[in-house]
Design a binder for this molecule. Structure first.
Ligand code: DQQ
Length: 539
């Protein structure tokens, strides 16, 4: 149909058709990247969930394979839900995932590759002793017990995994131990839990070295100075805490405990959920994948015949202060760039709106450095904004002037600007430092009714005395607008459905400044993005 073609992405991950949600068990094994995903083989709404499976050598082009895990045993008959891959002793991949049974109890199951010499690991065999973990034990709710993590090894040489759960009504990552990855016992305390929140979905636990963007392998020894990240999915966002993994206590200890979960840091401040990371031994980096849902209506999804994409895989690392994660699209995605245009030394005075011509505005990669000519007139920061940054983005919109900012990028704009999506910054002065607001405002993104069009937003701290440049990178892929502010300090993934997105040339792209302070653009580069071979059946 027309709507299906108009909004279907050209280089984001999705199957040929139907519903997709969480990324599952990503791994690199024997020269091949594997991406599994929650998949409904029968339609474009959630249900009948099995594990879809695709493989790639470059994280850009994907070959579709048969489903890897199907609903055919009592312990997964109602759904093969989220789980993770672990590579045991260097060469034995194993997947642990959640199955839902007839009573909708959640159980953890194991599958192993049938034939490890098949380069694509097409077929997976269920372990004879499934389910390997039952939803039993003190404080546990049997229908809130799912999404096991990748394994790691503790001080005693035994395997560990964490499972997302509701423990006595609160959010927890429960800890389990095993010698052989098949027989598991629950450790008497959780890896971490918090009574500031309810159920945690899709926990992810990994080590990082501050200021070092090479990744760490979870099954290797933890180097000195490493920190740990615990990520959990709740309230429609992926949140995380930085801390240390206390090996003796066998527990995660966050550096700071925030009682109000609205203040927890987010992997992405937009439409991005159920993410999962893995260590890429090919390039020595950690890569995170996340799910981005449609924000049109279910009847639109039925009409389209598909729903859901995965965000571009991102390298993820910890900043040098050890406080904030940073993310950047994997470099491989740059292989799709074509027709580079570049501008140097632009100046944006208050009210300026400059069209960026010469790229395919519906499929583009844009990198802009904004340089502040002065930081004198920054408005004062109010920390209460942190409790609801979306509200602040609605109030401090792209046309509301400020001391410094709003300045930024307008994408997917119709001829008369009736439709447009603005990604913009504002600079505030706090007691100690500068706080940068980044918003991705979808309120005017489409004239179509019935869409979810928030103004997403996040804040990051920035040392403007040292560094006057604030960068923005935005990947535009028809209905996807994926933005990285301040070199990946705030990431905002969004979905938009402009009517103007009819064919090439239907939309426009601009840089703008509506703040009182003049802003320079020392460098702006943009590329059209070619279509990737995403799960297209060949030959
Ligand atoms: N999606 C899966 C669950 C997980 C949820 C079911 C998160 O395992 O908790 O499709 O999106």
């Amino acid at each position: 149909s027309i709507v299906s073609k108009r909004y279907r992405t050209a280089y984001h991950f999705q199957p040929p058709k139907n519903w997709i949600n969480d990324p599952n068990g990503p791994m690199y094994y024997n020269g091949i990247y594997h991406e599994f995903y929650q998949y409904n083989p029968n339609g474009s709404l959630w249900g009948n969930i099995v594990w879809g499976h695709s493989v790639s050598t470059d994280l850009v082009n994907w070959i579709p394979l048969e489903a890897a895990i199907e609903r055919d045993t009592p312990s997964d008959i109602n759904g093969c839900w989220t789980g993770s891959a672990t590579i045991l002793s260097g060469d034995q991949p194993v997947i642990i995932y959640t199955g839902a049974d007839k009573e909708n109890r959640q159980l953890q199951n194991i599958v192993l590759p049938k034939n490890r010499s098949d380069p694509y690991l097409r077929e997976w065999t269920k372990a004879g002793n499934n389910p390997v973990i039952q939803p039993v034990g003190p404080g546990l709710n049997s229908s809130q017990f799912r999404d096991p993590t990748t394994g790691w090894i503790g001080l005693d040489g035994l395997w560990r995994i964490a499972v997302g759960a509701e423990l006595n009504g609160y959010g927890a990552a429960l800890l389990y131990k095993s010698k052989d990855f098949l027989e598991w016992t629950r450790v008497d305390h959780p890896l971490y839990s918090s009574n500031a929140s309810s159920m945690w979905e899709c926990p992810d636990f990994f080590a990082v070295l501050p200021g070092n963007n090479s990744g760490l392998d979870l099954s290797a020894a933890i180097p000195n100075g490493a920190k740990h990240v615990l990520k959990m999915s709740l309230d429609s966002y992926d949140k995380y805490m930085i801390g240390v993994y206390d090996l003796k206590r066998d527990a995660f200890v966050p550096d700071t405990v925030l009682d109000d979960r609205r203040l927890w840091s987010r992997i992405d401040y937009g439409n991005f959920y159920a993410s999962k990371s893995f260590f890429d031994s090919k390039k020595g980096r950690r890569i995170i994948w996340g799910w981005t849902n449609e924000t049109d209506s279910s009847s639109d999804d039925v009409a389209k015949g598909w729903a859901g994409i995965h965000a571009i895989p991102r390298t993820i690392w910890l900043d040098s202060y050890g406080k904030q994660l940073r993310q950047w699209p994997v470099e491989e995605i740059e292989s799709l760039r074509t027709n580079e245009i570049s501008h140097q030394g632009l100046v944006l005075k208050k009210g300026d709106l400059l069209e960026i011509k010469g790229t395919d505005t519906s499929q583009a990669d844009v990198e802009i450095d904004f340089e502040l000519t002065s930081i004198e007139s920054a408005d004062p920061f109010d920390s209460s904004w942190l409790l609801d940054v979306e509200k602040h983005c609605r109030e401090a919109g792209a046309s509301v002037d400020g001391g410094i900012g709003p300045f930024g990028l307008v994408v997917l704009a119709s001829d008369n600007m009736e439709e447009h999506t603005a990604v913009h910054f504002r600079v505030y002065k706090s007691q100690k430092n500068y706080m940068i607001l980044m918003c991705s405002d979808l309120r005017r993104s489409s004239l179509r009714p019935g869409l979810y069009t928030p103004a997403y937003g996040g804040f990051f701290e920035f040392d403007l005395e040292k560094e006057r440049k604030i960068s923005l990178r935005t990947l535009i892929d028809r209905s996807a607008v994926e933005s990285f502010g301040g070199g990946g300090r705030v990431c905002i993934m969004a979905r938009v459905y402009p009517v103007a997105l009819v064919d090439d040339g239907g939309t426009h792209m601009y840089v703008f400044n509506n703040g009182s302070t003049t802003v320079g653009v020392p460098q702006l580069r943009a590329w059209s993005m070619r279509k990737a071979q995403v799960n297209v059946k060949r030959g």
